[in-house]
Design a protein around this ligand. Structure first.
Ligand SMILES: [Zn+2]
Ligand SMILES: [Zn+2]
Length: 363
């Protein structure tokens, strides 16, 4: 089957045929119907430890084959791929803190090879959804209501989980608090609607693009500001000089994280949601931070429990409590369009692009 691969560091996505093994014991094969293009896929070209990489980590589809010993979810079930399956063995899992699992599960061995030379391919984030067939541990396939569209379901598997989860499940946001969300892409808008669901008081949305601020108001933002040197003064004016209780940085730039600390009220928390480059540092004055009793929290995947929260997010999307379809700016139906779609995402306006696979006969 065709797949979107990164063959080398700094390279673009190359479409090549791959061979996908049947699922081994404890594994499952899913026929992917829709895969979201997430900014984290772009970081793989810069940050992945080894190549070739099969990109894509947001995906939804239908369970097609079960490995030995697997009885659930059954074939034909509509599922979302979770890229972080807790191992249930590490110290974090044994303490009941599965979202902080120290060694998330993937397949036991490589299940995808390049058709040209048989070399194993590494699925990005143990998922690799830019391919119509994905083999994952059975626990990575999370059943969701059949009524939800595949494209919306795909977004639940990363953008919605990461953003809504950061607001609801990191334990930093209580009803009545004031928050700022810096960066209003597909994840940032989900932080905004998560903060709204959490009962935040003022939700200040910040982005360079006015049209994204306008969209943020539809997702529950109460105020919008452009970033820049005057941002602390603007946030102070909105909050009566106090600052915000929680600042979410959803871009991944150290200068924005540093500025976000200056936006915090006493006792406030900076939540790092954006993925910075691996070699960058941030600088801040620890004395003031200590005196004001503040915190910095790193957030991956919104501290979600996928088996519990993905079906919940799907139901919320179906009943209108979560807005998911307005996050989809564009759909594409060929792997060859991925590079151009990533370029368009980086240059601004677009939120999420979803790759839709035509269903075809099983190989
Ligand atoms: Zn993602
Ligand atoms: Zn674990």
């Amino acid at each position: 089957v065709p797949a979107g691969l990164l063959l080398e560091r700094g390279g673009a996505v190359v479409v090549e045929d791959v061979l996908v093994d049947p699922p081994a014991a404890g594994e499952i094969r899913v026929r992917i119907a829709a895969a979201g293009l997430c900014h984290t896929d772009l970081t793989a070209s810069r940050d992945a430890p080894a190549f070739p990489v099969l990109l894509g980590h947001e995906g939804a589809g239908i369970v097609e084959a079960l490995g030995p010993g697997v009885s659930w979810p059954s074939t034909g079930t509509k599922v979302v791929i979770s890229w972080r399956v807790p191992c249930e063995r590490c110290p974090a899992c044994r303490r009941g803190r599965q979202p902080w699992c120290e060694s998330p599960l993937g397949t036991v061995g490589p299940r995808v090879q390049r058709a040209s030379n048989g070399a194993p391919v590494i699925p990005f984030l143990r998922a690799g959804t830019f391919c119509p067939l994905v083999v994952v541990p059975a626990q990575a396939a999370i059943p969701i209501p059949a009524e939800i569209a595949f494209s919306e379901a795909a977004l639940i598997g990363c953008g919605v989980a990461t953003g809504v989860g950061a607001a609801l499940f990191e334990g930093v946001l209580s009803p009545g608090m004031d928050v700022v969300v810096i960066g209003l892409g597909g994840v940032g808008l989900n932080v905004v609607q998560g903060a709204s669901l959490a009962g935040a008081n003022r939700i200040i949305a910040s982005d360079l693009l006015d049209q994204k601020i306008a969209l943020a108001h539809e997702f529950g933002a109460t105020h919008g500001v452009n970033p820049g040197p005057e941002l602390p003064a603007q946030v102070a004016a909105i909050t009566g000089g106090r600052g915000v209780d929680v600042a979410f940085e959803v871009v991944g730039r150290p200068e924005l994280m540093e500025q976000a600390i200056d936006l915090l009220a006493p006792g406030g928390t900076l939540v790092l949601v954006g993925a910075a480059a691996r070699d960058v540092q941030m600088h801040f004055a620890p004395r003031r931070f200590m005196s004001r009793q503040q915190r910095i929290v790193g957030s991956i995947y919104g501290a979600c429990r996928p088996a519990e929260h993905f079906p919940l997010f799907a139901r919320w999307a179906l009943d209108g409590r979560l807005r998911v379809s307005p996050l989809i700016s564009r759909t594409i139906d060929r792997l060859e369009q991925i590079n151009e779609a990533f370029d368009a995402m980086q240059t601004g306006g677009l939120l999420r692009t979803v790759l839709v696979f035509p269903f075809e006969a099983s190989p």
